[in-house]
Design a protein around this ligand. Sequence first.
Ligand code: SAH
Length: 239
Amino acid sequence: MISLDNIDIILVETSHPGNIGAAARAMKTMGLSQLVLVNPQEFPSVVATARASGADDLLANAKVYDNFVDSIRPYELVIATSARLRSITWPMLTPPECANKAVTQQGKVAIVFGREHSGLTNEELDHCHALVQISTEPNFSSLNIAAAVQVLSYELRCAAEQNEHNPLPTVGDAVTAEQMEYFYGHLEQALLDTGFLEADKPRLTMRKLRCLFNRAAPNQSEMNILRGILSSIEKAAKK
Ligand code: SAH
């Protein structure tokens, strides 16, 4: 299993200390260790410690910030979670896609969880690179925050186990989240230009292609080849 040490969980303005403790417990069962809290309403708290049931070391080591933007500065990849579908400004990931992206990322990764009552604001989402939603019943989509932490932590563990024979690219060779986004933009454009994608509904196919390429986790030289192929396809399509 590859390490989960570079993946942190951020909880934004949690109002219930019991949820902080339950989230710490969920993390520890899956091998995650760094909890980050932004403006928790009540922390430290005996209720949090009781609900952590032995994961109180994570509570003791939690980093506490008073604003969200400061909390995400250390990370190369920041993935937000949402109970609701938002506008499609943010790339949507399924939990396994999110986990695969996180465990194959060079550098530090944060998975961000919102307030119990209102989730994350659009301004907070603007600072995130992607959005992950746990599939639910459409008219009852909001999990308890610690349950959501459990689901994603489990997916992270599964992805870490699956990737053990697929080591991370060497430092310097990794493709950044931003480069992957440029690639997806280029891929979508090329597939629209050639007529493979229909202009009004490219979403599902693009999501599947994201899943495929995220799983492959291309390195820099592979990415150069992929971009070169797309350029040559576009050139041919324009002839
Ligand atoms: N009414 C809020 C619900 C927040 S639930 C809203 O509409 O956003 C509290 C947090 O739990 C969310 O911000 C998110 O971090 C997490 N969460 C709950 N349900 C989720 C789901 N289906 N997928 C991903 N995260 C979820």
